[in-house]
Structures are given as structure tokens and as C-alpha cells.
Design a protein around this ligand. Sequence first.
Ligand code: PAZ
Length: 326
Amino acid sequence: MSDLAKEMSVVNAGSSVSVENMAHWNDFYNEVPAPLNYAEVISGVRKFIQDAKQECARVAVVTSGGTMVPLEQLTVRFVDNFSSGTRGAASTEYFLDEGYKVVFLNRQKSIQPYARHIPSVLDVLELDRETNVKVKSCHASKIQSVLESYEKYKSSCFAITYESLGDYLWLLKGISTELNSIGASGMLYLAAAVSDFYIPKNDMPEHKIQSDRRPEITFSLVPKMLRPLVKEWAPEAYIISFKLETDPNILLQKAEKALKLYQHNMVIANMLTTRKKTVTAVERTGEVVKIDNHDEDKEIESLIVNLVKEKHSKYIQELSAKSPFP
Ligand code: PAZ
């Protein structure tokens, strides 16, 4: 069965879910409307990227969090992809530390850079005897150092939120097209967990699905957007996708297959249960680097960002050596 035209049917206890053929990527955009603020967001991204270009800074587009797929037009129920957003938020901080400007495309209410280090307001604040609000002394120094980093980097990070799969894919297309204007200095770091299935609007019930009978839900396959991303939207950028699996026997095979099919630069393969301790970076050149984090005080994202920064530098050098212009 080809990757472009697979048909499958999954029957779960008590309900039936089937998946139909994959459409061309363009059909998806004809069928699913852009987010209402699309033009405004993309013009903000354009300005951010042009400013980075003036400063000769590299730009990393970091995607983060899971996409939501509505089951009803007036949505009560939806299907979600697993991702807390830790990978994207932590990586964003390390990219900023390394001097990158970051476009942070993140799922609404997912884990946020810097804020992730601070516990909830109800835990860190207290009333003193005069009923003034103050930060508990045990949290003060941590909050101060987080705020200092946030202040230092906040103008270097352009954050955009999405919720649905449709919004995510529209924004990814718009942002990566803008990123192409800085050529090899741009990087896409696609850590978001993106649904492979969706329901086209014409197949979606308007109202809440009723429970008087077993629901029958037919999903369509989402076109593989890495294809136009690499070939059309941002052909000059350094592109890294992530691959999440639960079966260790297929993980590396799937990473290699994706690189062969889409011809981007790197796949970072990880398992659901061990993703915070170990990942494997597979390059299109065939090089495989396993990253294991044995240091309790370190986050694996710092090691991943070190590696991808080094590979990105090499990529920029190779492309500039090929270019006829200095
Ligand atoms: O967001 P998180 O830190 O909880 O998890 C990160 C991740 C596992 C979603 C990410 O590393 C990843 O693999 N993203 C791609 C998922 C996919 O194969 O669609």
C-alpha cells in the first residue's frame, strides 16, 4: 500500500472509525478555512523575520503541542494528539540562549517557555499581615532568575497560538513561506504532535453527536505537509521533523523512511515513555546520533539544541560554499 493512498479501518469497542484516502495537500487548504487573524499574524512574522535578517540572526521556527481535530462543526467533542509542549518550550529557551530568534508556534494552554519554571500563582503568592500580596520567600530567587531570562529574551521570541489542526497547518504554511526569505539561516524544528486524521467539513455533523446509537466516524488522511514544506514553502531552510512511536521496533525504520520520502535534513526519533531521557537524531546523509541524558540536572532539550545548532552551522557553511556570491 503506498504512503499516499492508504485506506484503513479501525474498529474500537463499541464504535466504528474508518480512515479514507489521502487528498492532495492543496485540497486540504481549499477545504479548511484559514484562522480569522491569519493575515495579521503572518504580517507580524514577516516583520520579525525581516528584523532578524537585518541583525544577521538565525531564526528557528519551533512548533509545539498537539493539534485538535473537531468531530462536530459546533464542536463539543474532538480528537487530540498527545503532547504537553515541554519539548517545544524547553527547546525555545535553549535556542534563545544560543542567539537564535524564535517563532514559537504553540498549542493554546500548552507548556510555555520560562513560565514553565514557576509553580501556580496560588502556590507562590501569599498575603502578609497587612493583607498585601507578596511572593513567598522560598520562591523569590527562582522567580527572579526566571524573570531576568524572560526580560532578556522576550523581544527575540514571536509566539503564535493555535488549537485546531486546520489552524496549525495554515500557520505552518504561512510561517515557513516567510522563513524562506532568510535562506539557510532559517530552521524548522517541528516538535508539535500533528494529527494524521481529520474530518472534512462536508463530512462533519453540524451538531453534537447523539448517543442514542453507536457513532460511525469516518476520518480522512491528512496530506503529508512535509512534502510541500520541503519542496515549495521553505526549500532553503534546515528542516527537522520529530517522530514519536510507541513500538521500538519500528521507530528508526519510520525515521529513515520519512527522510527518504521528504528529503529534509533530520528526523529526531523518540519513544513515548523514554522521550525525556533518550532520542535518536537521524540525518539524511545517513549519520545517526543517539542522545542519552544521564544528568538529572540537565534537560535533554539542551543536548538536542546543541546538536542541531552544530548541524545547522555546517549546513549554512556548505550552502554558502556552493553559492556564487560571497
Ligand atoms: O510535548 P512533549 O514534551 O510532551 O512531547 C514531545 C513530543 C513527543 C510530542 C515530540 O518529541 C515529538 O515526537 N513530536 C512529533 C510527534 C509525531 O510523531 O507526530
